[in-house]
Write a protein that binds this ligand. Sequence first.
Ligand code: ZN
Ligand code: ZN
Length: 153
Amino acid sequence: MDDKQLQEWVEEISQRSFGVPFLHQASFNRRLRTTGGRYFLKNHNIEINPAQLQTYGLDEVEKIIKHELCHYHLHLSGKGYKHRDPEFKALLQKVDGSRYCQSLPGAAKRRTLPYRYKLICVRCGMEYKRKRKVDPARYRCGRCSGVLKLHTI
Ligand SMILES: [Zn+2]
Ligand SMILES: [Zn+2]
């Protein structure tokens, strides 16, 4: 898929799910890494991460596009367009958009890191997943108060 096809796709989704035309530019940006897409407040353009298409397929990318279009239409109509705004949440739910995207300037940053560590209780075997490295000596098992050991996943 190239930028022209993406543009047509975004226009089509805008019309079908929002009933309003998309009048700006949509393009792929290969430099986006962990982000599905983003919306630019300055010029109203949308960028989509092409890697998402290979990894997750058309359905998931359509949801990302819907997410960006929620920002787009709410912003242009002067409504709450940020992630925490009720209008944004309601519209996103209505069109069944993805919940994930890069945080907008001014919006609260939310990072979704993968779980890379786990604390395992040496007594009962209970596991606690952790995204960051922690000092196991500072914690005890919540179930049996046993000593914990840190493992990488
Ligand atoms: Zn967003
Ligand atoms: Zn335990």
